[in-house]
Ligand binder design. Sequence first.
Ligand SMILES: [Zn+2]
Length: 84
Amino acid sequence: MPIYEYKCRSCGHQFEKIVKISETPDCESCQGSDLEKLFNAPGIRTSKSQRRSSGQERADRSKVHKEQKVAESDFLKKELSHDH
Ligand SMILES: [Zn+2]
């Protein structure tokens, strides 16, 4: 479900809310319904929250995983090169 970011025109309160399509929430602060929709695309960076797309995050995680593997095998190689 998409996350929408709203700004209340009455009191200026800004908030994010997960809402159903075509449903408009009330302001969390003043319960007013005069809201301006600011944002409705999950994954796009806003000035407020530096959210990353799940794809980007997955890529980063697999990269880290790979580096860990490499470090691990380096460690094992060093360990094995020692004479017992
Ligand atoms: Zn308000």
